[in-house]
Design a protein around this ligand. Structure first.
Ligand code: ZN
Length: 511
């Protein structure tokens, strides 16, 4: 049995209100074999327990592990050659992205996430983008294995779709509008890795059967409402309910996706999911930028959660999700980086800061999230949507010991007013680079900025080596195909006059 005492000048155990937290000054957390045994003053804990080791520092703050509630891949699309653009064209420009080794890509990203204080991630991986030379289960296992090797907690989902691959209408109908040579190249591309619904469910059954670490949960993921047939949505939802996996789906990320609902079902995509019986507390939806007031009611009534990705929504011109309205209605909201983040890295502390700033609506009496509320979204709410709620999110006896130690030197120097609340200090001034030590299940994955499980230099060198080759024929021709197709995609969406209505937030007026 290993007993550790983790200490700091302050221990933030949990958020207690919109502007308050339980903070123990000169505090310590005692963990034994991954479970938190007791929390108290350093002096008392030191006197009471014989410990194998002590981890901490006199200018460090101990907080619960942070949770990235929506994430896809390691190397960002920008790194791989796809510049930010509106989602509908961006997904086509992503065809130009290089093929990467999923195992190394995941390890690379786990390194970035751990370094910024992320202990748990909701990883959502497009099944069709996995290497085609191995079976779906084996390919997906490479990612799960990488997380298990990294020591992080993961809620892993394979996302899948069966329609509207190009624009928001039937593929063949759109292909018929293209010159025949371009159409056949595009058809070959979208059929390059055919995956049936049965293949998908079988691979997920295998993932569930495979012995998983306690740090891994498997989720089911229809990619987005308009990208899945009703049969697929129902089958995935049934599978998720039968296996208690939870379901993660993209939702109303852009105005075009909301408009697709109006055109096809005379209701929003969320309204359509309600009608299909898919919603519930086990369902989390990424984005929800274009939610209507009645959508907010549906989320509140069904207990369905939203994973908010502010950086991504700015980068892809999606808009600003109505998080203030969701929080008014006690909808569960968690925060994700959606693989890139405003600095094109995976710094969850900066994402927390952006989430706090972007919802500051003009007006003396308008509401906006406090640091404490945002901190809660990144801890407790993240634990709910990843199905680790009973184990993590707060520091308290009986929970698992997932903790982060943050150096306060850069945050406080040369001066920070002594009355500054510690949660405000972290959310206003913290960065991933202030993270010193990251512990999951009582195990230090990063200690004094040095990885204990992973050999960072070796992973980066191997990954760099795997990418040192010139672009392959396949990668070059995919890039050319996407460029050739792009004007037709832009033209198709340009023909949709954008819906108008009252915004949830008013940032400025034209007259
Ligand atoms: Zn996403």
């Amino acid at each position: 049995m290993t007993t550790t005492l983790i200490w700091g000048k302050q221990v933030v155990t949990r958020i207690t209100g919109t502007s308050s937290a339980e903070v123990i000054t000169d505090g310590a957390v005692v963990q034994r074999d991954g479970e938190i045994i007791e929390i108290g003053s350093y002096r008392d804990m030191r006197a009471k327990y014989e410990v194998d080791e002590e981890i901490g520092g006199s200018n460090q703050v101990v907080i619960p592990g942070l949770i990235n509630a929506h994430h896809h891949v390691g190397l960002t699309p920008f790194q791989l050659g796809a510049l930010d653009a509106p989602l509908e064209t961006w997904i086509i420009s992503r065809w130009a992205m290089r093929d990467v080794d999923p195992y190394l890509d995941t390890l690379y990203c786990a390194i970035q996430m751990i370094e910024s204080g992320i202990t748990t991630v909701m990883h959502n991986h497009m099944a069709a983008r996995l290497p085609a030379d191995v079976g779906l289960f084996d390919a997906a296992s490479q990612i799960v294995d990488a997380y298990e090797d990294s020591g992080m907690r993961v809620a892993f989902s394979l996302s899948h779709r069966d329609q509207n691959h190009l624009v928001y209408e039937d593929d063949e109908k759109f292909l018929a509008t293209l010159p025949s040579e371009l159409a056949s190249g595009v058809r070959d591309h979208i059929n390059a890795r055919p995956i049936t619904l049965e293949d998908y469910l079988t691979a997920n059954a295998e993932l569930l059967d495979k012995k998983q670490s306690d740090r891994t949960n498997i989720f089911i993921s229809p990619h987005n409402v308009h990208w899945c047939s009703d049969d697929m949505l129902r089958a995935m939802s049934d599978f998720a309910r039968r296996n208690n996996t939870g379901l993660h789906i993209h939702l109303q990320e852009t105005i075009y996706q909301k408009m697709y609902g109006s055109r096809h079902w005379s209701k929003t995509p969320l309204g359509h999911l309600l009608e299909l019986g898919v919603l519930g507390p086990e369902v989390s939806c990424a984005h929800g930028v274009w939610l209507t007031e009645s959508d907010v009611d549906i989320l509140a009534e069904t207990g369905t959660a939203i994973c908010h990705n502010p950086s991504s929504n700015l980068r892809l011109k999606s808009g600003v999700a109505p998080i203030n309205r969701l929080m008014d209605r006690n909808v569960t909201v968690a925060i994700g980086i959606d693989e890139a983040g405003i600095n094109d890295d995976n710094d969850i502390i900066q994402e927390m800061r952006l989430a706090q700033k972007i919802h500051r609506e003009p007006g003396i009496s308008s509401r906006s999230p406090t640091s404490h509320q945002v901190f809660e979204l990144n801890t407790v709410n993240g634990s709910k949507i990843t199905f680790f709620e009973d184990q993590i999110g707060t520091l308290e006896p009986g929970k698992r010991a997932d903790l982060v130690l943050i150096n306060m030197d850069r945050i406080e120097e040369p001066y920070l007013h002594p009355d500054t609340d510690i949660v405000d200090a972290l959310v206003f001034r913290g960065k991933g680079l202030d993270v010193d030590t990251v512990i999951v299940d009582g195990e230090a994955l990063l200690r004094n900025k040095v990885f204990e499980r992973l050999d960072k230099a070796d992973v980066i060198a191997r990954f760099k080596d795997s990418l040192a080759r010139p672009l392959t024929e396949r990668e070059i021709s995919r890039g050319a195909l996407s460029k050739q197709l792009m004007p037709s995609i832009e033209k198709w969406f340009s023909a949709w006059p954008l819906e108008t209505g009252d915004p949830h937030y008013t940032y400025n007026l034209a007259d």
